[in-house]
Each structure stands twice: as C-alpha cells, then as structure tokens.
Design a protein around this ligand. Structure first.
Ligand code: GLC
Length: 727
C-alpha cells in the first residue's frame, strides 16, 4: 500500500525527498490510454511504466474497472505507491451528453452551466476520472475556427461567468469528494484568435486585446479556484504558449496568483521543435519546465529530455521539485492519497441517470435558438397530421453528440426522427435523407421531394457532422457542406409551390453562412449539437411544448468576408453608423451581422419600455439599478432575455461600440408585464487606460438595454460617473 499518505506539505516534502529522478519525472508525465483518441497516438509505453514510476498520470482511459486496475498497479505495485491522476476531456458531459458548449452558452444561465458541469463530474468520477480538461475558455469571433464550438462564444463577459460556473460545477464544494473533478481552464491564451481561423495557426493580438478579451476568462477561473490550466498549442506573437514564461510564470502565476498545476496540451512540449524554438527534446523539455509547465501530456519530453537538461545545466533540480510538489499537492487535494479508489467505487443509480437525461433534455431545448419565424410558422399546429423530415441530420443520432463526446455511445442519442415521432404519436412523420452530410451524391433528392407532397410542414435537418467542428476542423467555407444546399433549394421550391411551410434546422458547431436559407425558410433554428436528448429537445420546441429561449452567443455572419465579427468592435473615425459613402462598410455587403449577438426569438411577443437608471450618477463604490418594463403581447407564455450594454461617448482609449454588462431573463404569460432590474456596479466600468492600467474614468456613460446587440433596437439611458461625491 502507500508508503506514505501525504495529507500536508511536510509529508509531501518527505515523499519528494525519497523519490528518484525517474520517479519525479514520472509524476510530471501523463500518458494516453487508447480508450479514445484525442491526438496523434504516441506508442512506446506500458503499464510497466506505471509500475516503475515512469508514468504518474493517465488520460483517455474510460471505465471504472480499467481505472481501478491502473490505480491498483500504481498504488500496490510501484515502489512509492503514488496514486495516478486520471484525466479525460469531459467537455459537455461524459456518458450523458449536454449540448456542445457553444450551444450551452446560448442559455446565458450560469446556474445551468454549473449544474451540467456538476452532473458531468458525477458521471465521470463514477468512471474513476479525477480531472477534466475543461472548461474551454477561448473567446472566438471566427466561425471558420472549428473549436469555436467548444467555447463561450464572442463575449469575454460571458466567458468569465461561464468559467466561474464550470469550475464551481466540476470541482464541487470539496475537491476530494468522490464526485469532484479537478477542472482545467484551457487553452491559455487567445487560441480563439488564430490567424484566418485556421487551426493551430499563429496568434498575434495586441496587449490590449489580450488583457481586455482573452485573459479575463482565465482570471475568473483562477478566482474560482481552478485546479489546473492548459497552455494553448499556439504561439503568441512568436512565443509558443508552452514555452511562454512571461505568460505562464508572469501573467498567470505572479499576476493572477495561480498556484495550481500547468498541464501541457497533447504532445505540445515535443512540438516546440516543430515551432522552431527547440532543437531537440532536451531543449523542448527545458523550455517548457522553465516556462512553468508541470505535466508533460503524452510527448515523453520530460522523461527523456530532462535528465540531459539537468546535466547540461539547462534546468535545476529545484525547478523539477517545484513541479513535482504542485502535482503531488493536487493529488493530495483530490484525496487520491487518502483513498485512490474513491472515484469509481460506487455505480450511479438509475434514478440519477434518469434525472440527468431530463436535465439534458431541458438544457438541450433551451440551447436552441429560433433565428427566424415568418408568420408564426412555429410552433407546429397541435393537430398536425403529416410532417416530413428531410435532410442528413434528421435520423443521425451519433451526430447529435457534437465533437468531444467522451464516453457517450452513438446509439444512446435521440435523433430528430425519434423525437418527432414520440412527440406526434397521432401524426404521420415521414423521413428522407435526400443527400449525405458531405459528398456529391444528389441522387436521393427526387425521392425526398416526393415526400413533401401532402405534408403540412417540412422540416429540413441540415448542417455539419459532429467531426466537422472541434479540434482540427477549421472550415474556409463555413456553409452547408456537400449537396445540402441543392437539396434545400429543391425542397423550398417544391414545398413553396404547394404553400407548405419549410422549417430549417441547422446542426453545427458554428454559425453557418446561409443567408439564402434565412431568406427563404419559413423558420430557421440553430440547434448547434444538442446532446443526447436532441430529438426530444427539438420536438419540444417545434411542437410548442417549450417556447424557444436560446440566444446566439456569437454574431452570425452574412458572409465569410465579414469575419471576424463582434458587437464590441471599436467605432473608428468613420463608424458604420450613420451609413454613408465614407463610413466603415463594404461596397458589396452590409457591415452588420445576419443575426446579432444575443438574437433569438420566442413564442411570445415582447416589448421593452420605460428604461430607468437609478441613481443616474454615482462614484466607484456605487451600484445602480437599471430597470425596464417587459410586456408579453403574444399568445403564448415565453421567456425573454434582456441584455444590458454600456457605451462611453468619450474616453482616453477609443471606446467599443457596445460593452456587455449584464443579462437578465423574465418569463411572462400572454398579456402579462413585469419589471426586470439589472444591477450595474460602477466599479465594473473600469477600463484599461492608454497605459493598460485599469482606471475608472469620470463622465457620461450611455446605458443601453435590449433583446440583442442590435444597436438600432436598444433603449437608452444615461449614467454620470463621478470620481468624487461632490464632483
Ligand atoms: C487535445 C486538445 C485539448 C485536449 C487534449 C487532451 O489536442 O487540444 O483541448 O484537452 O488534447 O485530449
């Protein structure tokens, strides 16, 4: 059994004092089992390496029995019996999948974000997992980038709140509990700003963008107590993040006070050679250790390179011990020394699994964004007799998972077809694929068109395969793949000729550039990847069992040429408003998104009025209350989401068009009205001055409230910020 159970620093020091160099480097090494593949498979290691202490951590191992056996070997058969840290990408669920993160961001609900993380942690810990490589906090304004699907969307404000919620959810109240996971905030930093949206490409953002957009989510994760951080694959202005001492030891550890573990991305230390900053594994290992990376994921560079680096004086034993200390401390905090078998010891009850799927259905429905709904085409009539589902995503349960599906089985997902048939037992629900998701075969279109005849509604289920977004899945043409557009246009033509409404549902990991579809479909929905209850969740929305409440967390482009798009761009000296020959515009396209950040329709009809700012002036310590009257003039109960923005008219640094400061939600019955009040702490209005130091500037602040970042539709008020009470 364990030679030692370090419950406190002194015992960890004693343990370190007994470790050989190989055993120390083994604690800094995480190797991949092969239960899932999340990067190039690196061969050359075995359980013998666990027994010898050369491997102290594992990833991509799935199943309580397997985890227990690996843990047993480490604890019972190695010299010092140090337990393994076992990690996995539990990104949006483990065996029960919730919506892909970009879809979940559409809820704008931190409580829901924390709850799904908590449930994911319970399920993964029951499989012996103790670390998840999540939350992914990369702000992205570029739908070409495949990993946009994994993140919080375009807003740093949303990303900060998602970070705190997810860390709270994954880590729970006690990191040593049997159902808690160590969370890993990733990918530090600014990975979402890859050049041209191309995966792994260089990142070169201004210091200001780094501090205003990309770092705040990590600061929020650190403040929430995140156990670990993962540097990005990418270089930041030429310095690979895995070797970026200024960012890792500097901004992350010294400035943000992060004391946890830095775990490299998959093989990233060895890839410092590809980056061209290391000649061999010895130099790569030395660079990463000196930058502050504690665990080498998969590359073996620490095991193979650090002994020589020590001999060459490139690193010191103190640096190695410092990293080992952080890893052992995390294992102690996780309770692994106290009871290495605690996670996975007890199977979950059927009731817990059932409850989790009910949550997945609710969150799935709430993630769906109703983008257009011409003439109230939706919800479908309750007495509908025939609905035709057409498209390659209609009966595609595996695709509903989206990328990073962890241990979720393909056949455990509810397809649209299954969901619609369950929701409409008295209706005839017909189905034809028409075309594949990708590929050039359009021979199935004719048969699909036949099924439109006689239908009271056609639902087009279009979009991407689960693997067309996520890692290594950037797209230069982020529209409908394959022959789907040809299918959609043929269906719109056929159904249009028969006055049959066509509802288009997009399953994707990104906003798809489909202005032609938005124009012609009777209704358009973004379903993202809704997770295991996809079919039931979508059916709940289409049949009106649930009113849509999702709001897009990312601006939806009209054209690829507009990218990157975000609501918080700086105005410039010839702003887009008012439009004119010398305003910031394109001569061949609108500068505005097809759908702005926060856009989403409901089955209600909401009006906002009577914006009030109370008090309308204050100093830094004050909090003002921004309230607005909301009325549901529709015929159905629905939930409205309201956004609070601010805009400075003048500042020492050119102010953004809009800055998000708050989000509120209110559910109202038809005809009902209510008051929504959002607090605004004046301290939140601090901004980075020309010297990049935070400061609160006095002056007039415009308060803007509305249902999205559509500037033309916002109610406006004013707030005077004073620096002294009498000023
Ligand atoms: C992958 C991803 C990272 C993930 C890791 C382990 O390459 O970049 O997000 O956590 O490797 O699978």
């Amino acid at each position: 059994m364990n030679a030692l159970k370090p419950r406190d620093p002194r015992r960890i020091e004693t343990l370190i004092g007994r470790m050989t160099l190989t055993e120390k480097l083994g604690q800094l090494t995480m190797m991949a089992a092969s239960h899932t593949v999340t990067g190039p498979v690196i061969a050359g290691h075995s359980v013998g390496d666990i027994r010898s202490g050369r491997i102290g951590n594992l990833l991509n191992l799935i199943g309580a029995a397997a985890a227990r056996e690996m843990q047993r070997i480490a604890v019972e058969e190695s010299r010092l019996g140090i337990p393994l840290l076992i990690g996995l990408d539990v990104i949006h669920g483990h065996r029960t999948l919730f919506p892909a993160p970009l879809g979940e961001a559409a809820l704008f609900d931190p409580e829901a974000w924390a709850l799904t993380a908590r449930e994911s942690a319970r399920e993964a810990a029951a499989d012996g997992i103790a670390m998840t490589f999540a939350p992914m906090l990369d702000v992205s304004r570029d739908p070409r980038w495949g990993r946009t699907v994994e993140g919080p969307g375009e807003s740093a404000w949303v990303a900060e709140r998602l970070a705190a919620a997810k860390v709270r959810g994954y880590q729970g109240d006690d990191l040593a509990a049997a159902d808690s996971l160590a969370a890993v905030a990733k990918h530090f930093c600014a990975y979402g700003a890859v050049t041209a949206g191309r995966e792994y490409a260089s990142v070169d953002v201004s210091e200001r963008a780094l501090l205003e957009v990309h770092m705040p989510p990590f600061a929020a994760a650190v403040a929430a107590g995140v156990a670990a951080v993962m540097p990005a694959f990418t270089d930041l202005a030429g310095i690979p993040m895995t070797a970026h001492a200024g960012m890792l030891r500097g901004r992350l550890r010294r400035q943000l006070g992060f004391e946890g573990v830095l775990v490299s991305d998959y093989n990233a230390i060895a890839e410092l050679i590809q980056h061209g900053v290391a000649a061999d594994l010895v130099e790569a290992a030395a660079l990463a250790l000196e930058a502050g990376v504690d665990i080498d994921m998969v590359s073996g560079a620490y095991l193979q390179g650090l002994p020589a680096a020590l001999e060459r004086g490139l690193v010191s034993l103190e640096r190695i011990d410092e990293a080992v200390r952080r890893v052992l401390s995390l294992k102690a905090r996780l309770g692994l020394f106290d009871d290495p078998y605690r996670r996975g010891a007890a199977a979950e009850s059927a009731a817990a699994l059932g409850e989790r799927r009910r949550l997945a259905r609710d969150v799935g429905a709430r993630s769906i964004v109703l983008l257009t709904n011409r003439d109230d085409a939706l919800p479908l009539a309750s007495d509908i007799r025939r609905v035709t589902l057409i498209g390659p995503l209609a009966d595609a349960p595996a695709e509903m998972r989206g990328p990073w599906w962890s241990a979720a089985e393909p056949d455990a997902q509810i397809s649209v077809l299954a969901g619609m048939r369950a929701a409409l037992p008295r209706a005839e629900v017909l189905h034809a694929c028409g075309v594949d998701i990708a590929g050039s075969d359009d021979s199935g279109i004719a048969a699909a068109l036949e099924l439109c005849d006689g239908a009271q509604a056609v639902v087009l289920c279009l979009g991407e395969a689960a693997t067309m977004s996520g890692e290594a899945a950037s797209r230069a043409h982020p529209g409908l793949p394959g022959r789907q557009r040809k299918l959609a246009e043929a269906v719109l033509e056929r159904a249009g000729a028969r006055a049959i409404p066509v509802i288009a549902v997009l399953f994707s990991g990104r906003p798809l550039v489909v202005p032609w579809l938005a124009e012609r479909a009777a209704a358009l929905l973004a379903a993202w990847f809704p997770g295991c209850e996809a079919g039931h969740a979508l059916a709940d929305i289409l049949t009106g069992r649930t009113s849509p409440s999702g709001r897009t967390p990312i601006s939806w482009p009209r054209a690829v040429g507009q990218i990157p798009l975000d609501f918080g761009q700086r105005r410039g000296g010839r702003p887009v408003d008012p439009p004119g020959p010398f305003s910031s515009r394109y001569i061949d396209e609108s500068p505005e998104p097809l759908f702005p950040f926060g856009h989403g329709l409901t089955y209600g009809r909401f009006t906002l009025s009577h914006l009030r700012v109370v008090p309308d002036s204050g100093t830094e310590s004050a909090t003002v209350q921004v309230s607005v009257e909301v009325e549901n003039q529709g015929r159905r109960r629905a939930q409205e989401t309201v956004f609070l923005f601010t805009r400075r008219l003048k500042s020492r640094v050119a102010p953004p068009l809009l800055e998000l400061r708050g989000v509120g939600r209110i559910a109202l019955d038809p005809g009902a009205r209510g008051t929504l009040t959002l607090p605004l702490a004046i301290a939140q209005l601090r901004s980075l001055g020309p010297d990049l130091e935070p400061a609160l500037e006095p002056g007039a602040i415009e308060i803007l409230v509305g249902a999205s970042a559509n500037r033309a539709a916002l109610l406006t008020g004013w707030l005077e910020v004073r620096t002294t009470p009498e000023s």
